[in-house]
Design a protein around this ligand. Sequence first.
Ligand code: GTP
Ligand code: MG
Length: 404
Amino acid sequence: MELVILVVVIALVAVVAIGGLVVGSRRRKSLPSRPPSSTPTTTAPPSEPQVGDEAEEPRDESRRTIEEVGLPDSAGTRVVVEEPPVAEPLAPVIEIPEPTAGRLIRLRARLARSQNSLGKGLLTLLSREHLDEETWEEIEDTLLTADVGVAPTQELVERLRERVRVLGTRTPEGLRGLLREELVQLLGTDLDRAVRTESPLDTPAVVMVVGVNGTGKTTTTGKLARVLVADGRSVVLGAADTFRAAAADQLQTWGERVGARTVRGPEGGDPASVAFDAVKEGIAEGADVVLIDTAGRLHTKTGLMDELGKVKRVVEKHGPLDEVLLVLDATTGQNGLVQARVFAEVVDITGIVLTKLDGTAKGGIVIAVQRELGVPVKLVGLGEGADDLAPFEPGAFVDALIGD
Ligand SMILES: Nc1nc2c(ncn2[C@@H]2O[C@H](COP(=O)(O)OP(=O)(O)OP(=O)(O)O)[C@@H](O)[C@H]2O)c(=O)[nH]1
Ligand SMILES: [Mg+2]
């Protein structure tokens, strides 16, 4: 009896196994075979994924969020189908910018790379055996070469000489300390360097960015938008550079990276009306800040300078501007001062952004330009990277200049 049962079981198992094979082979056969490729350029076997296959995915395909995709339960009855890791073509990836604290430290490494750094030159001179008249003159020359400007240079050298004489300081550390103090003093420690992005009204704060061609206005506007977004503020960008469509594209690209909307007008259109519309949009959206990028213009072209004045006046129909930032290229040297003077006359500069400090040993322009305008340097550009914009701090800046 038991033998009979065993034989029946074996027979059943055999039948099921054979049946399975047959069904399996049928299934395999019933799979649609891919027609031979009609494009002669396709060289890989048809069954393999082709370059660009991912892009054929339906654009409106709904995707599950992490909450919707459940974990397999303990009984293991649920099967979680992993989606292939494809590049997401739907929404642009929003970047999270890094915090601004400590960014200025990067300047140290970048300045250290330059051969004739201001600080190194000064310290070498100061640690000479005899600080004679000739040496002090060389110190003066070094400061002038670094664009510190005549009056601030004379002031600094005078104070330094006096303190060295009175204190009898001779050690390199002691001299470095004195130099540091005097430079920080010259930069001013009691100026309000915060970029005004908090409006006293319930409308958005409005910041306008101006300067001559190629100083880094658009880049700075984009970098600033990133900083603000990182701080949890909502930003609207105004592309009031209507000279070239590419200028608005450049700004819009910066905006898209952090999810900020860009208001733009037709190429060659009226920049004042774009700026006006940007603020209007900011108000409508309840945005925190509106940043207006303007076209580069030579300070010597009166027509263009008048236009800038008009942009400001038109924006002010919505309310006063909170900040007008003049962007100066630190590598331009003393010419930056002339630009600053003219721009200040036309649009009341409230803050200076000094860009491209990474590319020059002439950091002294910071001192000169503040003196000239009586307006603080608020931000510095340290490179082309998206987060290479730092709040200006005199202490950290001087440390970067003269090293530790
Ligand atoms: N090394 C360095 N390059 C910078 C810095 N800021 C801007 N740049 C570069 O300078 C060039 C000009 O920058 P933009 O932001 O387009 O200048 P812009 O003032 O808007 O120029 P226009 O609109 O044509 O007047 C770009 O290649 C930037 O990457 C900086 O801090 N350091
Ligand atoms: Mg620009």
